[in-house]
Ligand binder design. Structure first.
Ligand code: NAP
Length: 290
């Protein structure tokens, strides 16, 4: 139980509702900032503006998955209020107060460093990334169905990267009957791809490997689908780029060549906000109870 813990949830999207629901069930004292348009009456939760929060009693602060902007603003879909979190506010919290965010940037880093508070990045955690790969792969299936004229079954699908997302995506498309090849740069990953019964290729051979693809799903957060590579791909090939912004595709060149290339960030929150929220809530409550 989280009785007597004071947790401030600042901004976010539908995923935060699952977190708030779970915190509420665990008897935490919850302050919601940026939720004035939310009608759900969560037990133990009070809505405040950022300037009304009594930081001196706060044990934990939850920021959205996106963290904060370089201007220090925190996004919320439940309010028109502009929310800005500063190092000065964090300094008012007790020393043990922990800040949780999906990702960070130099602005958030300097805020928490200035206040000497701990920052926990949820998206750096393997457990969350692997759980999140499930709704991400389902989102990729949704996009493939929406944008391809052929079935996934029997399609030539190339997955770039065998990380936490790439492995789930490759396995999922294989299970749907696609002919899946996977590009990686390490020989251990080439061995793993072979073991999975899929066709491996080294990323350095990407041009040749993509000559016959119907669908290419990129999970590598680096420019791998360059103009040179795109120029060798079939014109009908669909590109779904799952890597975080700006993705790994030369989108300007893809458009110029008339290829359909889609950057698809934040799929878990779009296709399965409840599941994505539950994934976060489960891990967060374990961290808080620790
Ligand atoms: P990950 O586990 O770190 O995997 C990244 C993969 O990219 C690894 O196979 C890595 O290979 C490879 N890689 C990285 N840089 C490379 C380079 N320069 N050349 C060749 N290969 C390279 O990351 P992840 O959790 O799978 O996430 C992948 C991306 O998807 C991230 O950008 C993440 O933010 C994003 N993401 C998107 C969604 C969405 O909804 N679209 C959801 C979750 C995550 P090595 O092992 O050899 O380094």
């Amino acid at each position: 139980m989280l009785t007597d813990k004071h947790i401030v949830v600042i901004g976010g999207d539908a995923r935060q509702l699952e977190i708030i629901r779970k915190l509420s069930a665990l008897d935490a004292k919850i302050t919601l900032v940026g939720f004035d348009q939310l009608n759900d009456g969560f037990i133990g939760a009070s809505k405040q503006t950022i300037n009304e929060v009594d930081w001196s009693t706060v044990d934990a602060i939850f920021l959205p998955i996106s963290g904060m902007s370089m201007e220090g603003k925190v996004d919320t879909i439940f309010s028109d209020e502009t929310i800005e979190l500063t190092g000065e506010q964090l300094k008012e919290t007790p020393d043990h107060c922990v800040v949780y965010s999906g990702i960070t940037n130099s602005r958030l880093d300097s805020c928490v460093n200035e206040a000497k508070r701990e920052l926990v990045l949820l998206m750096d955690r393997d457990d969350i990334a692997i759980y999140n790969s499930i709704p991400t792969a389902e989102g990729a299936i949704m996009m493939a169905i929406q944008h391809m004229e052929i079935t996934i079954h029997g399609a030539e699908v190339a997955v770039l990267g065998l990380g936490r997302i790439g492995m789930t995506v490759a396995r999922t498309f294989d299970a749907l009957g696609a002919k899946v090849s996977v590009g990686a740069r390490e020989s251990r990953d080439i061995a793993r791809i072979t073991e999975m019964g899929l066709k491996p290729f080294y990323i350095e051979d990407i041009g040749k490997a993509l000559r016959n693809v119907d669908l290419c799903i990129n999970t590598i957060p680096a420019l791998v689908l360059t103009a040179n590579v795109l120029a060798e791909m079939p014109l009908h090939a669909l590109i779904i780029d799952l890597a975080s912004k700006p993705g790994g595709t030369d989108f300007r060149y893809a458009e110029k060549r008339g290829m359909k290339a889609l950057l698809a960030p934040g799929l878990p929150g779009i296709v399965a906000p409840k599941t994505a929220g539950q994934i976060l809530a489960d891990v967060l409550t374990v961290l808080l109870e620790e």
